[in-house]
Each structure stands twice: as structure tokens, then as C-alpha cells.
Ligand binder design. Sequence first.
Ligand SMILES: Nc1ncnc2c1ncn2[C@@H]1O[C@H](COP(=O)(O)OP(=O)(O)OP(=O)(O)O)[C@@H](O)[C@H]1O
Ligand SMILES: [Mg+2]
Length: 179
Amino acid sequence: MSKNKEFVKFEKVDKSYDGKILVVKDLNLDISEGEFITMLGPSGSGKTTCLMMLAGFETPTNGEIYLDKNPISNIPPHKRGIGMVFQNYALFPHMTVYENLAFPLRVRKISKDDADKKIDKALSMVSLSGFENRMPGQLSGGQQQRVAVARALVFDPSVVLMDEPLGALDKKFKRKHAI
Ligand SMILES: Nc1ncnc2c1ncn2[C@@H]1O[C@H](COP(=O)(O)OP(=O)(O)OP(=O)(O)O)[C@@H](O)[C@H]1O
Ligand SMILES: [Mg+2]
């Protein structure tokens, strides 16, 4: 089967927060399956707003966003199959690393056995095997970001959104993990 060239599609999307100024204006963007895309632009130019609309935490003022050909405006965030790492990489502070990763799996009703396997794999991917029982406050900034990345990937989402999540990571780490 050929790749879906319009796996994510922004069609004539405008966004205004105040009903006057458009912070996103007539955005038309097709992203194909397997594609890695980076948005570049000055501070305040609307990058986070685009990710929030795709994830479902903001709604477009005009236009529509499609995911695998379906309009997503009526699908709640947790049913969109989208993993997200926020700009401030907020982990749940009162939960261990293991519990942080188990959360998105529990929401999706994955069995404990499968969840444990997925958590092992995700932690090993960010070189944090063995950190399961730490609290976020007991980790360095870069380690917290890596847990946030693992939490976004652990449920095998069809789309992963990362809002500058790797600022605290050094070049060597990024090269090793090809990110
Ligand atoms: N919840 C909100 N309510 C009102 N205005 C907002 C809201 N969120 C963002 N904005 C405004 O919308 C514009 C775009 O913001 P956005 O966060 O999308 O920019 P950005 O490109 O991600 O910037 P940065 O590189 O600084 O993260 C900015 O002018 C911002 O002040
Ligand atoms: Mg931003």
C-alpha cells in the first residue's frame, strides 16, 4: 500500500485568540506518513498554536485539520493517537517515572504486562533504564525531558508533536539517538 501523503492536513486554517488578530493565517500544510517536519519561526509566530490545534487543546477559528482523511475537530485530544512533549516538559510531579509512563497506557486500557514491556522499551530508548522509581524532582532537567519524550512515545502514537523539547539535551545525546 502506498504512503498516505496527506496523513496530517491543515486546510485554510486561521487562528485568532481575541477575535481580531490572526496569529495563524491561511495555513495549508500536508504532512505524509513517516515524514519528519520542523516548524521554524520567530518567537510568537504561532508554532505552539499549530501544535495545540493539531493535538486538540485549541480549535481553529476557520478551516479544518484532517488526520488520516478524517476531520479532527470533533475528536477529543486523547482519541487522536497523538503523543506530545510540551515546551516546559511537564511531568506529573507526584508520580514516579514508571507511573508517568504508565499513565497514557492506562488511559488506553493497555494490560499491565504489555504496559511493562512498552515502558521498558521506551526508557531504554532514552537511556534511562533503572530510573523507574525516581520522582521527577530527583532527575536533572535533561533527564526530565527524556522521560517526557519516552512518555510521548510509549503508547505507539501515529503522530508525535514535540514543542522544542530537547533544549536541555547535549549534542552528543541527540546524535546518539538521532534526534
Ligand atoms: N492562550 C492564548 N491566549 C491569547 N493569546 C495567545 C495564547 N497563546 C498564544 N497566544 C499568542 O499567540 C501568538 C502565537 O503564540 P505561540 O505560542 O503559538 O508562538 P510560538 O511561535 O510558539 O512562539 P515561541 O517560539 O516563543 O514558543 C503570540 O502572539 C501569543 O502571545
Ligand atoms: Mg512556542
